[in-house]
Design a protein around this ligand. Sequence first.
Ligand code: TYD
Length: 210
Amino acid sequence: MIALEGSDGAGKTTQAHLLGEYLSAKGIACVSVREPGGTDLGEAIRNLVLDPAHPEIDPVAELFLFAAARAQLVREVIRPALASGQVVLVERYAHSTVAYQGYGAGIDLGVVDLVNRWATGGIVPDLTIVLDADPATLKSRRGHLVDDRIEQRGLAFQRRVREGYWACAAGDPDRVSLIDATRDEFAVHRDIVARVDTTLADPSATRARS
Ligand code: TYD
């Protein structure tokens, strides 16, 4: 299982698409999903949590909403896909909750960790790629696109999120890898592929682990 992470606008969707094509071309059966989403419940939660019409959503409520979407995705899609031997490629996973709800919104990291364990049922990615970039650079790259509810929190929040990802990488360097996302998309893709190939060469990779 491979997770793509990073700040808003870092290029996860583009890279997930390129990586999915790369794996397919290698004949590797792959299921691509995104968080929050990937199930009917998850997509409904996505609409709720990203909608700027809901400024009242409390950080603790938000933590549980993301966790609910993840719990459903794990049980409905990720666990069965891993059990059938497929590689799962997920855009955002538990590290998003650490970075956004933990470091960004200030929820106790022990609580975030506990909630993540329950939501994932202990399934952790073999490799997490964090697309890393200065939030101000990403903001100017996004131009005048309308911000969703979480993007509206501004640069100070996004800087804390980035630091959260740095902490995740520092805490688990074998499984969490930072990649400079400010370069052109093909250079970023090449770096991702190099790390993914190393992970897939490990015989214990891609299987469900708990
Ligand atoms: P998304 O469209 O996936 O991100 P991007 O804008 O990078 O393409 O939006 C998901 C948003 O939800 C994003 O701002 C990060 C946030 N989020 C959390 O705060 N916690 C989480 O656990 C997850 C999965 C996402």
